[in-house]
Design a protein around this ligand. Structure first.
Ligand code: UDP
Ligand code: MG
Length: 310
């Protein structure tokens, strides 16, 4: 079988040399063991501003495994990943996607290949624990996964984008037309036989995270709103509760009126006015989020543009 490794890279000049070294060593080993026949490492340069692309070109010249796709501009991790998957879909039997910083343990790729040979179309790499992440990242990630589950989104706990997909699974995935992509959730929708391999996540060995807090929050919001209409329902329930409360308030106001205590009211008026205003704005915001999604979907813009392929 032929294996492709898809690696999205955004400003990763600090790690690419080491990554290539480690990946090629692993590929040599797998070929030697007869687990795979051939392999390509596909670096997708996601519009980096540093020398990532020149580095990929150099690596391409000296390493038989390396291939490169240069995207014309920065489209984000998920889209860059998609570019690599789409490019590889016709060129190999299975694809492993992994981050450029090798925080995920590449030695389990062998297990992934074994699982593939056992008939699994999707093999998820799952982190055992998050010792190396900061407490903050651990907490937010945990909160995110449980929130997703509460919202009824089926995702694999502690699985990032380190996974193997077979050729047919990848081709099926490519048929999903949406532009708001949360790839790890979409893979689960395919319904093929899946399995999981476990590993410890390491520290990024060079360079810094390309996922600052703002991007993380956006990513989480995208994940939820691309996969769940639960927030819209919540608004309805919330609206209902507020309505019931307002009936209570109305009764209270009437009783006060009958009893003759009508002087006060300024404070309560002001509070309720602001409160209702807040609820309305919040609800509009949530609805707006979904309308925004519809907006990007109907435009049907290309997910990425390849400037150069080597
Ligand atoms: N990445 C990308 N485009 C972006 C941001 C990130 O292709 O706009 C890539 C990045 O090069 C890396 C992967 O996505 O290979 C994950 O990023 P990172 O390791 O910085 O995230 P973290 O592990 O901190 O969550
Ligand atoms: Mg990382």
């Amino acid at each position: 079988m032929k294996l492709n490794i898809v690696v999205p890279c955004y400003n990763e000049e600090a790690v690419l040399l080491e990554t290539t070294k480690q990946l090629s060593m692993l590929m040599d080993l797998l070929i030697e063991k007869g687990k795979i026949k051939a392999c390509d490492i596909v670096y997708v340069d996601d519009g980096s501003q540093d020398s990532t692309w020149t580095l990929i070109e150099q690596l391409k010249a000296e390493n038989k495994y390396v291939h490169g796709l240069k995207l014309a501009h920065n489209v984000g991790h998920q889209h860059a990943l998609w570019a690599g998957l789409e490019w590889s879909a016709d060129r190999c039997d299975a694809i492993v996607s992994i981050d450029a910083d090798l925080q995920d343990d590449i030695s389990v790729i062998e297990q992934m290949v074994d699982e593939y040979k056992n008939g699994c179309d999707v093999v998820f790499g799952v982190r055992k624990e998050r010792k190396t992440d900061t407490a903050f990242k651990r907490w937010t990630a945990l909160g995110f996964y449980s929130l997703m589950q509460k919202m009824g989104v089926d995702i694999v706990y502690n699985h990032a984008d380190f996974r193997l997909t077979s050729q047919r699974a990848t081709k099926e995935l490519m048929l999903y037309p949406e532009r708001n992509m949360f790839v790890r959730g979409m893979v689960k929708l395919l319904g093929y036989k899946t399995s999981e391999v476990y590993y410890d996540r390491k520290e990024r060995f060079a360079g810094e995270s390309k996922y600052p807090l703002k991007k993380m929050i956006n990513f989480a919001l995208d994940g939820i709103t691309s996969f769940s209409v639960q927030p819209l329902r919540l608004i309805t329930s919330f609206g209902f509760i507020v309505m019931v409360l307002s009936i209570v308030a109305a009764i209270y106001a009437l009783v006060s009126y009958i009893c003759g205590n009508v002087v006060a009211g300024w404070t309560s008026m002001l509070i309720s006015l602001w409160f209702i205003g807040g609820v309305i704005l919040l609800s509009l915001g949530v609805i707006g989020e979904y309308i925004g999604k519809i907006y990007t979907e109907v435009k049907r813009r290309p997910r990425y543009i390849i400037e150069e392929a080597i």
